[in-house]
Design a protein around this ligand. Structure first.
Ligand SMILES: [Fe+2]
Ligand SMILES: [Fe+2]
Length: 352
């Protein structure tokens, strides 16, 4: 007998009360739900799940029985319930019943012992299947939770890494926040998904991580850099890439691309590799626009902060030379978002 036969619910569908059937099933001690008449069976079975459905179709009612089986199989609640058809002429209906989704077809005159053995086996199968489904759902929930926790931890580690970097360059915080905000606006303007936009934005906060390798005398120099100092400063791109490169983390892979290529130019005149056009990874092209815009609207020892509209005109004037024109167009298309961002985090002091 099925492990859970005593707690199982069997739906019995028939035109007239199937007294012999009810009597034959009695040893299983299952709960039964009787549905009389095929016309109302669909509504009566409806969305109420049960462990097994027995359909007794006398005479020519087998056609209605087969229609009912097909209808039940289309219902999510009954898609996996065992269904048994009891008919007068098994040979005539077996193929159509199985094709409609029946698990078993028996003669209405089946021996009671044969009936309860086969029903008990189907209940056991349903029980094991439900158990397996339950375990699979539980495992899938656990896995989803573990993946979500790992993603949160990864993001937290990145934020803490950037906090550590800010200790060397304590004005960088708002610069990084504004660059990340502009990066999201550009990525969304380009039609990237929210997830992609958020990933590139978080990765953008590491674009200048290589600057932690630059001596204080250059990084904190209150005046203009000499040619040699500028060359040393340029090394931050390659050094940042080396710090982030070769990680299995998708975020760090984007971050290493950005660190390496955010000073490349669309026309090939940038550094460190002189990449051109779409040779530059998209994330690097996006952050180049966001980074330069924020540098322009920020005050430097050698220049005043530009008004945002003037900085936007600069980007538009250099679309196709310094910048990817699509990224500039995406930036301009999100101008209202960007003005809100600037108002929330004004750039009176900032780092490059
Ligand atoms: Fe940089
Ligand atoms: Fe920067």
């Amino acid at each position: 007998m099925a492990r859970d036969a005593g707690t199982a619910l069997i739906a019995l569908v028939a035109d007239v009360p199937p007294l012999a059937l009810i009597q034959a099933l009695a040893p299983l001690a299952c709960a039964t739900r009787l549905v009389l008449g095929f016309a109302d069976a669909s509504a009566a079975l409806g969305a109420q799940p049960c462990d097994l459905i027995l359909i007794e179709a006398a005479g020519t009612a087998h056609a209605q029985g087969i229609d009912l089986i097909a209808w039940l199989r289309a219902m999510p609640e009954h898609a996996r319930s065992p269904i048994v058809l009891l008919a007068d002429d098994v040979a005539a209906v077996r193929y159509a019943a199985v094709a409609a989704g029946a698990n078993d077809v028996m003669a209405r005159t089946v021996e009671p012992l044969d009936l309860i053995t086969r029903v008990a086996n189907l209940l056991e199968l349903a029980f094991l299947r439900r158990k397996a489904d339950h375990q699979a759902r539980a495992m899938s929930r656990t896995l989803e939770q573990a993946v979500a926790e790992a993603a949160l931890r990864e993001r937290e580690i990145i934020r803490r890494l950037m906090l550590a970097a800010e200790f060397r360059d304590d004005q960088a915080g708002d610069h990084l926040t504004r660059v990340a905000g502009c990066t999201i606006a550009i990525a969304e303007g380009l039609g990237l998904s929210e997830q992609e936009a958020n990933d590139i934005a978080l990765a953008s906060t590491m674009h200048d991580i290589g600057k932690i390798s630059i001596p204080d005398a250059i990084l904190m120099k209150p005046g203009l850099l000499t040619e040699a100092e500028r060359e040393e400063m340029k090394q931050h791109a390659l050094r940042g890439y080396r710090m982030l490169n070769d990680s299995p983390s998708h975020l760090l892979q984007i971050a290493s691309d950005i660190a390496l290529t955010h000073h490349e130019r669309w026309d090939g005149q940038g550094y460190p590799q002189g990449l051109r056009g779409t040779e530059i990874p998209l994330a690097g092209r996006i952050v180049a626009v966001a980074d330069v815009f924020d540098a322009l609207i920020s005050e430097r020892v050698y220049k005043k902060a530009w008004p945002p509209e003037q900085a936007r005109r600069h980007l538009e004037a250099h679309a196709g030379s310094h910048f990817d024109p699509d990224c500039v167009a995406a930036f301009v298309s999100r101008w209202s978002d960007i003005t809100v961002l600037i108002a929330e985090r004004p750039s009176d002091t900032s780092a490059a």
